[in-house]
Design a protein around this ligand. Structure first.
Ligand SMILES: O=C(O)c1ccccc1NCC(=O)[C@H](O)[C@H](O)COP(=O)(O)O
Length: 205
């Protein structure tokens, strides 16, 4: 299972996340988020971890520029496939909100449209934006996890992780469920999550 920790704002958190061998770390490049960072913070960063830039309201040229500085760009706004076509598919994580769809066939149709232009999908809770701190409502969409490269996000924490592991996504995205306050990650909570994953033998697929 691939593990991404999102909403990083401090160098000190990156240092211990490096030791834990997290796969991806995410930076929120959205001015209205309590976890926002400036691009300059990432420009000056030296880390062996793969970096994800989370964008909500940026245009195609800005996104292409961000892509040059990051390993992935996470499209966390209402981006259509015309925009995705302009980007390097191998570096795109497209956010989808299953709660927006009345049924699983509509959601599947949407995934099929985007699939050629993305590396991963990230399913998040709610109907827009992120960092809501609650798990996604479970529904028929769970069956899509076996056919598409999907990360699950939405309030994942050490107490509800068991439910997520049962449905078995390719990756998980951790944010407010592993924080002591917005933007400040908790070493104890992340390490509790990793222990549970390793216990189930699901790390490093
Ligand atoms: O976390 C934010 O503040 C945020 C705000 C606006 C857009 C995206 C945001 N987060 C992006 C993420 O990938 C989060 O990890 C994801 O939404 C899950 O967050 P949480 O429910 O807190 O686990």
């Amino acid at each position: 299972m691939i593990v991404k920790v999102c909403g990083i704002t401090r160098l000190s958190d990156i240092k211990w996340l490096e030791k834990m061998e997290i796969d991806l770390i995410g930076f929120i490049l959205y001015s209205k988020s309590p976890r926002k960072v400036e691009l300059e913070f990432v420009d000056n960063l030296c880390t062996k971890l793969k970096k994800v830039g989370v964008v909500v309201d940026k245009g195609v040229h800005e996104i292409q520029n961000i892509m040059n500085k990051f390993d992935f760009v996470q499209l966390h706004g209402d981006y259509d496939f015309e925009l995705c076509k302009e980007l390097e598919a191998e570096k795109v994580i497209k956010v989808v909100w299953p709660e927006r769809y009345d049924n699983v066939s509509l959601l599947k149709k949407e995934l099929d449209i985007f699939l050629p232009f993305v590396k991963y999908f990230l399913f998040d809770a709610g109907k827009s934006l992120g960092g809501h701190g609650r798990i996604i409502e479970f529904g028929e969409w769970i069956k899509l996890l076996k056919d598409y490269p999907i990360f699950l996000a939405g309030g994942i924490n050490p107490h509800n992780l068991g439910k997520i592991l049962e449905i078995g996504p390719l990756g998980i995205d951790l944010n407010s469920g592993v924080e002591s306050r917005p933007g400040i990650k908790s070493k104890e909570k992340v390490s509790s999550i990793l222990k549970q994953i390793n216990f189930k033998g699901e790390k490093n697929d």
